[in-house]
Design a protein around this ligand. Sequence first.
Ligand SMILES: [Zn+2]
Ligand SMILES: [Zn+2]
Length: 299
Amino acid sequence: MANGGPVEHGYPHLRTVRESVTALYRRLSYDTVRTFSASVAPADVAFADVDDLHLGAQRVAREMVAHYRLPDARLIVGFREMTHAANVELTAGPEYFVELNDRFRDHRRDIGAALAHEVAHVYLHRLGLSFPSTRENEILTDTVATYLGAGWLLLDAFREDGASSQKLGYLTPEEFGYVLAKRALLFGEDPSVWFTSPQAYTAYRDGLARARRDAEQPPLRAAGWSGRLRYARDRRHAQGHAGAPEAGRETAYRFSADGHGPLRVSFPCPTCHQRIRVPVAGRVRARCGLCRSVLECDT
Ligand SMILES: [Zn+2]
Ligand SMILES: [Zn+2]
């Protein structure tokens, strides 16, 4: 896990974040994702500065191992001076050595956040789920930690005051907020009550607005009128009637016609981001085969 440097904002990794959510559903299945309906509770990972450092770190590690359902995994947590915030050695197990940066000795309340990320590495390693590059894997790890209910701690560890800032993980605060909001929308959860950091709360609100917009894109019926107008124009163009799409504008939906078949449109599922393909035929109800969302469309 990385450490330090200026805090990046916005959504620079959104594409990989969304690919991570799709990959998670593909690997786990909808039914297994549903079993993660309970998030790590704040009380389970509470760590006061008067608690014994090593016993406390082991206790929080056990909570994380239980959360990710890794019954036989044993984490051995140590502290040392290092550039990174934390690191885990991914071996065959069942013992995994996690190193935490020495500064956590004085920032014990953030040990849960660091372990949420490191134990997610162990979980993904056991699942055999990975992306080609190191950087993408770190984004996958943060996304999975957050989507499965442990990563809200990483967002809550983001704090800024006049003189200093702290952030853990590879996603920006807004991206953490976005993934957390996607989870909240799926499970009907309200994570905002757990935040101790005002900056984390702000980032969550931003991410929530962004996540809601995913469900308001054409051809979904919840799309706003301006989106629908553009969609109608793009559809006319695809049907070969009139009007070219505006240059340089990117849309999530794509029209396609293979040979003499009817025109079809594909778009990302607002929940799992797998692409859904339906015929252009007015009002259509589609069901995502991956996350089972029922999607009301006006194609
Ligand atoms: Zn990592
Ligand atoms: Zn889906």
